[in-house]
Design a protein around this ligand. Sequence first.
Ligand code: FAD
Ligand code: UDP
Length: 367
Amino acid sequence: MKYDYLIVGSGLFGAVFAYEAKKAGKKCLVIDKRDHIGGNIYSEMVEGIHVHKYGAHIFHTSNRQIWDYVNQFAEFNQYINSPIAVYKDELYNLPFNMNTFSKMWNIRTPQDAQEIIRRQIEKENIREPKNLEEQALSLVGRDVYEKLIKGYTQKQWGRKCTELPSFIIKRLPLRFTYDNNYFNDRFQGIPIGGYTPIIEKMLEGAEVLLNTDYFSFIRENPDIAQRVVYTGMIDEYFDFCLGHLEYRTVRFETEILDCENYQGNAVVNYTDAEVPYTRIIEHKHFEFGTQEKTVISREYSSEWKPGIEPYYPINDERNTALYAKYKELADREEHVIFGGRLGHYKYYDMDKVIASALETAAGEFGR
Ligand code: FAD
Ligand code: UDP
């Protein structure tokens, strides 16, 4: 066997694992079916602006160890994510905070906001929230739900809020201070120079083959490595033998505009159901860019079909149960380690992917 590990996927999980394996003196081959490294965090330069090709990526974590780890590979800027929400002709700050509430109800104090929300929650009379709609209503009440959650969530997930798990909405902070920071995490920023150089540094010294699909490659090279680290779709690995797991995908309509500043913010969400896209990203604002032109991406969410990139696992009941069955099969594959958002079928942020890859590496090589 030529390699200790064949790593399938040069995304964040594969790259962190490759870096740790290299440190432990292991020989790795990394393959990716795309024509570039980095998976979904890949960024490319357009008009002097780092464009997040597969959607806006903001690094945030509360884990100091992970923050220190990623800072070995890049310096991060001081960007704080503070999206704007547009609902019909109204404009609000996100996440749900005093700026949102004062605009919505023309009030000023936390006591006023808490009282309005308390009355709205009481009216709903929900004891144990069973789905995203009930969870949202019992957290923020009807007004915020109808204007800022319902339409956006249904567009993003292509399902009614009553058919979605409640944990999705718990990702968003709710606070009664005038603070537009979208995350509660201690550390946050955008890597200066983009995300791709992080992956390049992690993969330095590893052999990488692009435009290489695992399934045909392994047929032709069955004895290439002792072990496989697989970060593609878990159901595809097993040839969908138990049925398809569902994923959401996003279509990005990216345009270069001949203006310096299109929307004044990196992220603007369109929260009513009538606007077909979920949000518009203006990439230069992630890095305080002052270029003459600007690059924007409209994001259209849709159901995944073979041939396009899967992005979001849909962790509802049906898919969770099906994943558990695939996981049983995966546990029996002695020479294969499954990892990452698609391999674990989990809605991981980048910091969680790094933590998971480090844990996997520690299991293989010790700490
Ligand atoms: P991926 O990046 O998907 O990498 C998997 C790689 O495997 C891909 O390169 C793929 O081409 C390759 N591959 C798959 N199958 C095969 C095969 N058969 N043969 C060869 N290669 C294969 N996280 C944050 O922390 N902050 C954010 O702001 C944020 N925003 C996001 C926005 C969007 C639109 C999306 C989709 C995700 C976002 N994330 C964000 C999550 C983040 O993208 C992931 O946590 C991270 O990129 C997952 O890394 P991964 O290595 O698991 O998967
Ligand atoms: N969400 C919403 N309105 C918004 C932004 C988000 O209702 O303006 C909901 C939506 O259900 C989304 C979830 O909150 O799926 C989590 O949002 P987040 O921004 O964390 O999603 P990401 O795009 O990072 O996966």
